[in-house]
Design a protein around this ligand. Structure first.
Ligand code: SF4
Length: 165
């Protein structure tokens, strides 16, 4: 697992840590905020699709992994790109169920946000919120920064999860 921490650092992550589901905070209110507090509140966005999975199934999916890489950066695009690259490498290493969970920020200008088709749909991964992951509390549990921004120029703290094995 150390290899993936190193890979995350090479991918410009500020922090990377192997955790287990018991080290994460799950709260169905994350889904509440997703449904009512997000610009994609109608859940029609390609980035927010649940693809016929129930909340219980999604929880079971993520809780079936033993090793999950938590990654942190100040740049959302870097997190999305790193998560996919780590997922790819883990798969090639034989972790055939490796899977990134990360709201999609892969493109500088997202065509989906402009009501156009996604330009690389196979690379889109699900958002943390639909799994009920409380990213704020999970980050806090690992002494990592995550708090509501007070000004638009404040430094962002963005997180992703790569379920490895
Ligand atoms: S267009 Fe790019 S940023 Fe938007 S959903 Fe597709 S891959 Fe993600």
């Amino acid at each position: 697992m150390q290899k993936y921490i190193q890979l995350a650092i090479e991918q410009k992550m500020l922090h990377a840590k192997i955790i287990a589901p018991k080290d994460m905070v799950f709260d169905i209110r994350a889904l509440l905020k997703c449904h009512w507090g997000c610009e994609n509140h109608d859940n029609q966005s390609f980035k927010c699709q649940k693809r016929n999975t129930t909340f219980e199934e999604r929880l079971q999916m993520i809780k079936s992994y033993k090793n999950i890489l938590l990654i942190h950066s100040n740049n959302g695009m870097d997190v999305s790109r790193a998560a996919l690259e780590i997922e790819r490498q883990a798969f090639l290493d034989g972790n055939h169920l490796a899977f990134a969970i990360r709201y999609c920020n892969l493109c500088k200008n997202c065509s989906v946000d402009d009501d156009k088709p996604c330009i690389q749909p196979l690379k889109v991964r699900p958002c943390e919120a639909i799994f009920g992951i409380d990213v704020y509390e999970t980050a806090k549990r690992h002494n990592l920064p995550c708090y509501p921004l007070q000004h638009k120029d404040d430094v962002q703290n963005r997180y992703g999860f790569v379920c490895l094995s």
